[in-house]
Ligand binder design. Structure first.
Ligand code: BGC
Length: 730
């Protein structure tokens, strides 16, 4: 029945209509009026897209989020082709549509797949309600270089955590009613020097062991789409790589959905110096496995009808696009209910989940003397300081478009609502006085301006004076949200501008100081880590951010997030990740530089809470197992502290010897638990061949060695409680 419907449609389509189905147009009206003198045409994209719809030349659009517009354009699409095939509406629903959740790196820091799934279900539900069918998310690129701005969109450095977070997001989005499109396939996170769009050169060994597992997990979770990557991978543009898009994705993993190019990436095959011209680019992309071309204008796929060699590939790709439309129910119900959209977007339950997600994603990096949570009896007056304390736009983070600033709660507002204490605020310093361009500036509202008549020195002094006269200072520092994200790489990890100077001056007053960081990448915290008693990474916490942060500051909830990346001391250590090999002179691994320690400032998996956790009774179910057998590792975790608190129990493995040198530690299990004071929980992990196998560079396949494994279980990658087990042929 299903196939029949698609075959009938296909049989009636001209080559041009088929090429049209394989084309996705941007539909983005630039802010501002047309100015022919400047060659600026705000409506260029909408006009091109509507013209394509009118001639049956577009199978999908992106960037439309208004349900009335969705319906109007859908009507144009249906009337524009003889079969009446509707278009797919895609969009970057990255961490929420109207209800904004913490940024993806923050959600990963929750180490809580259930919360991540719930969040993306809500994002999917809101998106589907306005007429979006598919999201260009999750980004599952492993990132080991925080200079790369897109670190914020992913789950950090680790393939095991990355795989779990990827699968949870796919389940979430698709459970909410939209297709998930994991991206960017593959290796984008390894762009040279962290410079966005630059080439990635990744060994096959690293690809299989590190960069591909999150994609495979996303495919296994049922992702309906995959997006290609912009850059060259080992000398071949990823968007033209038959090996990636067909051999690995379809032949090896059995992916059955459709592949979309990243924006303009098909035409860029020519820019890369790979394809000869747009027709060649189109032919090579579609035969490599790119079903749908995302194009700014003049798609390369317009040339497909003139390329006979691409005919079979086109046929297959059109079938995949039609299948997606059929499965979404679009062929029967292409329109959207505008009243229902309003209702779904306003759902208070969505805000409650966003608040909980923000609580769960914060990472308490340091808390000397249990300064946090703040004792209301001891702190009658609070100074809230810093340029990010009261910036709604920054509280939301990058990659959001349909947010409602009016409902966004800043840290200052959250604190004011939560406490009866006297709260005074000073910005102190701007984040930066330097101009920095951002490709997202066109969406407006990015940077808080310096207040009218801003006198930098007077404002600085006012902030320090407030700290001096208050019982506690809460300083909110970091990067503006548009200093990170796509095309927002940095060569430095310093706190921009005079922020560190402000922090030093505040700390020098002797007033107990709490540093809250708003960021999506690790920053150079060497000075604060030594001199500021409490540091909490709140990331860009989303619409409910301020409320969630206040919940944590005053103890209504305990932080429990853990770092999804290794936190370097300085940019000079980058790339630095915990899963390196022992290599030569492992005893000197912390002294590889003569001018700085080569250990991180905070290890991967680190994060404190308001509890205290003791780990005991670590047992393995068998001392010796066969290569294909499982062992169970169990441990008792007790909250010996005085407050209920979450803990992420982490299990790391190390293979002592074998056919290759394996990393000193690899995460192979984790579980987030919530324990009352005095409560003990037995946590068990199953370690099977899946967790012990690795891709061998010379065998060029997955292998399992007979060997000895070290096992550590604890609250970070520096866990000390250890045991071993043997793997032997029996
Ligand atoms: C990004 C993608 C994004 C697309 C559409 C590209 O520049 O690399 O991640 O989905 O734009 O907005």
């Amino acid at each position: 029945m299903t196939d029949e419907r698609i075959e009938t449609l296909l049989a009636g389509m001209s080559p041009e209509e088929k090429a049209g189905q394989l084309t996705q147009y941007f539909y983005f009206k630039l802010p501002g009026e047309a100015d022919p003198a400047l060659g600026f045409d705000a409506d260029e994209q909408p006009r091109a897209a509507e013209a394509a719809l009118g001639r049956g030349g577009a199978g999908a659009l992106l960037f439309v989020t208004d349900p009335a517009e969705v319906n109007r354009l859908q009507r144009l699409a249906i009337d524009g082709n003889p079969q009446g095939i509707p278009v797919l509406f895609g969009f970057d629903v990255i961490h929420g549509l109207r209800t904004i959740f913490p940024v993806p790196i923050a959600m990963a820091a929750s180490w809580d797949p259930e919360t991540i799934e719930r969040g993306q279900t809500i994002a999917g539900r809101e998106a589907r309600a306005v007429g979006i069918h598919w999201t260009f998310a999750p980004m599952v690129d492993i990132t080991r270089d925080p200079r790369w701005g897109r670190i914020i969109e992913g789950a950090g450095e680790d393939p095991f955590l990355g795989a779990a977070v990827a699968a949870a997001q796919v389940r979430g989005f698709q459970g909410g009613g939209i297709i998930a499109g994991p991206k960017h396939f593959a290796g984008y996170g390894a762009s040279l020097g962290g410079r966005d769009y630059d080439e990635a050169n990744i060994s096959e060994y690293e690809l299989w062991n590190t960069y591909l597992p999150p994609f495979q997990a996303a495919v296994e979770a049922g992702a309906g789409n995959i997006m290609t990557a912009y850059m060259d991978l080992n000398g071949i543009p990823a968007s033209g790589s038959h090996w990636l898009l067909t051999k690995v994705l379809r032949d090896t993993w059995g992916f059955t959905g459709f592949v979309v190019s990243d924006a303009n990436a098909v035409k860029n095959l020519q820019t890369h110096g790979f394809a000869a011209d747009p027709a060649d680019a189109a032919a090579r992309a579609v035969t490599a496995g790119v079903d749908l071309e995302m194009a700014f204008s003049e798609p390369a796929y317009d040339h497909l009808p003139a390329v006979p060699a691409a005919r079979d590939a086109v046929e297959v790709s059109v079938r995949r696009i039609l299948e997606a439309k059929l499965r979404l129910g679009l062929l029967d119900e292409p329109f959207v209910d505008e009243d229902r959209a309003r209702e779904v977007l306003a759902d208070p339950e969505h805000r409650a989940v966003a608040r909980e997600a923000a609580r769960r994603s914060a990472v308490l990096l340091k808390n000397d003397g249990d300064l946090l949570p703040l004792d209301p009896g001891a702190f009658g007056s609070i100074a809230v300081l810093g340029p990010l304390a009261d910036s709604r736009r920054d509280t939301l983070g990058p990659w959001v478009f349909d947010f409602d600033l009016a409902e966004t709660v800043t840290v200052l507002e959250g604190i004011r609502r939560a406490t009866g204490a006297e709260v005074a605020y000073a910005q102190g310093v701007p984040v930066t006085q330097r101009e920095f361009p951002s490709m997202f500036d066109q969406f407006g509202g990015n940077r808080p301006e310096d207040p009218e008549g801003f006198d930098a020195d007077a404002e600085f002094a006012r902030a320090v004076a407030l700290a001096e006269s208050s019982d506690v200072a809460i300083v909110v520092l970091g990067e503006h949200q548009n200093m990170i994200g796509e095309a927002a790489s940095r060569s430095s990890l310093d706190l921009p501008g005079r922020q560190l100077e402000l922090l030093r001056a505040v700390a020098a007053t002797g007033t107990p100081t709490v540093l809250l960081l708003m960021n999506g990448r690790p920053l150079d915290l060497r000075w604060p880590a030594e001199h500021v008693p409490a540091i909490m990474d709140i990331w860009y916490p989303g619409s409910q951010g301020g409320n969630a942060v206040a919940d944590l500051l005053f103890g209504a909830a305990s932080p429990g997030g853990k770092l999804p990346f290794t936190w370097p001391r300085t940019v000079g250590q980058v790339p630095i990740h915990y899963g390196h090999t022992r290599s030569h002179e492992p005893q000197n691994q912390g002294r590889r530089y003569w001018d700085e320690a080569s250990t991180p400032l905070f290890p991967f998996g680190h994060g404190l809470s308001y509890g205290r956790f003791a780990y005991e009774n670590l047992f393995v179910s068998a001392d010796t197992v066969a290569p294909d057998a499982e062992v169970t590792v169990s441990v008792d975790v007790t909250n010996t502290g005085a407050r209920p608190a979450p803990e992420v129990v982490q299990l790391y493995l190390h293979q002592r010897h074998g056919r290759a040198s394996r990393p000193v530690r690899e995460l192979k299990g984790f579980s987030r638990v919530e324990l009352a004071p005095g409560e003990t929980r037995r946590v068990a992990f199953t370690i099977g061949p899946q967790q012990r196998r690795y891709w061998h560079a010379a065998v060029r396949d997955w292998v399992l060695d007979t060997t000895t494994f070290d096992v550590w279980v604890g609250g970070s990658s520096a866990a000390e409680l250890a045991t071993t087990f043997e793997v032997r042929d029996v």
